[in-house]
Design a protein around this ligand. Sequence first.
Ligand SMILES: NC(=O)c1ccc[n+]([C@@H]2O[C@H](COP(=O)([O-])OP(=O)(O)OC[C@H]3O[C@@H](n4cnc5c(N)ncnc54)[C@H](OP(=O)(O)O)[C@@H]3O)[C@@H](O)[C@H]2O)c1
Length: 291
Amino acid sequence: MRIFIIGASGLVGSNCLDCMRRDPDIQVIGSHLSFATIDTEYFNVFDPDASTFDLSAFNPDVIMHTGALTHVDYCETHPEESYHHTVESVQAVLELALKYKSKLIYISSDYVFDGKKGPYTEDGPVNPLNIYGKHKLEAEQIIQKMISDYLILRVTNVFGNEIRGKNFVAFLIKEAQKNKKKNLRLPSDQYATPINANDIGHISCRLIRDNKRGIYHLASDEYLNRVELAEKVLQYFPGSALHIEPVLTRDMNQPASRPLRGGLKTDKIKKEYSDIHFSTVNDYMEEQYDL
Ligand SMILES: NC(=O)c1ccc[n+]([C@@H]2O[C@H](COP(=O)([O-])OP(=O)(O)OC[C@H]3O[C@@H](n4cnc5c(N)ncnc54)[C@H](OP(=O)(O)O)[C@@H]3O)[C@@H](O)[C@H]2O)c1
């Protein structure tokens, strides 16, 4: 089985690359765009011929697209750029999937929902509140219309190991380790179901092996707001000088509206895989610090 991961310099992509490399039945290539790593090849979905490897020769059975513009507020103020990196990039990847007759895996988000009644099942009513969510939904819809062999994996609040340490949990760990006084204003009313990127990698391997299709929600069983999530991390740094100030979303003046009760339900995948276990934030922290 040959798998090509677009965006393997990022959080989700690098963890998927890591998991798939350990599977003897999988040959995998991962790509970066602007952030080169020793594990990745250069690949721009808008100019596939300029890549540093030969995709035709690799002839992927599966293409996993994890590339997108993920900064929600930036997307809100730069809608054309967001459209280009999310919707147009999916169109470009779809052409490749059709050309190589590959399964297409797309990583989507709980931001396709409005957050009035989360957590959501796969068939919950979509109604994105912001540009990022609208573009993720449009990308999903294009895929569903144009290709039958697809997997759309919706995730939210992804954390885990990544070279750039950009995710919220990694950011908190870095800040806590600096031991410098800092006030962090965090929303106490934005709820979601965090997931370890490593779990996305493992579960993707199983879904691919079993040739699954359709939409799946991947999430831990924890339903946390940002303050609770931060507190879970900071309990491992009792001497930290970070101070968390809980605030309401409406007082944060964020450019993009947020789904407040977001998050994802995982009944579907658990019904199909009774042994699947999603790790918690505590599991991750204890693994990091060998506790
Ligand atoms: N992180 C979350 O909490 C979260 C939540 C819900 C959904 N998601 C979705 O999960 C996916 C992965 O997110 P992430 O957090 O892993 O993002 P990330 O860390 O920012 O990684 C994105 C990756 O995509 C690459 N990329 C961007 N545009 C590209 C293009 N035109 N051609 C080729 N590669 C391109 C980037 O390359 P360079 O960095 O090398 O330029 C990077 O490797 C995204 O679709 C995101 O919407 C993430």
